[in-house]
Write a protein that binds this ligand. Sequence first.
Ligand code: ZN
Ligand code: ZN
Length: 233
Amino acid sequence: MRHYLDFILDFIFPSKCILCGRYGLGYVCPECFSKFKIPDKYCKFCGRPLTGISEICYNCNKENPIWDGFEFLGYYDDMWETIIKNLKFRNKPNVAKFIADLAKDKILNKKWDIDFITYVPLSSKRIVERGYNQSEYLAYFLSKSLKKPYGPLLSLNKDIKPQKTLSLKERKENVKGAFSLKEEVKDLPYRNILIVDDVYTTGATLRECVYTLKNNIKSLDKIYIFVAVRALL
Ligand SMILES: [Zn+2]
Ligand SMILES: [Zn+2]
């Protein structure tokens, strides 16, 4: 339970730093923000850190990525864990706005030609528990800052278990056939789509989403991925 003062203080000083708790300095204050490790050189398809001159990691080179671009803000660490928890479980849309504001320039720098933004769907069970889909929040704020339309394209056919506890093989099985294209968007002429999610670990869920979009939207050309955080296993 939140303390009632939190509600009052949120109202008077709407910007409490979600990391150190100080008021009036933004959702992440400049001091906390300066501690962020900004990824330097990373695989352009999955965000894995790279050291050599190659732009693609060993895995992506071997497996042929099924999307055309990938962007993210940071690697999963204690700070990002707190941010993602706030985004996921504490109904803080301003955290999504903070992430989208950071993402804007990174995505614009990529010069991706995006005509629609969508997000990974969440099971209705989890939406009921949580009250919202955190990835939809991200898509909503990105849509505002990038001035592109957004909306749901996929629906969930089965209740997928949280991927966190599963092995790589189980993750693939868990999401296999999990998504389908929404009937009402089948004939929309989208060419280049940006899919948004909060955390990327193995990419199994996103891969399944991309398969579903590619198999069902004839006009589709490019698919780009944006996630807030990249977890390294
Ligand atoms: Zn702070
Ligand atoms: Zn890669």
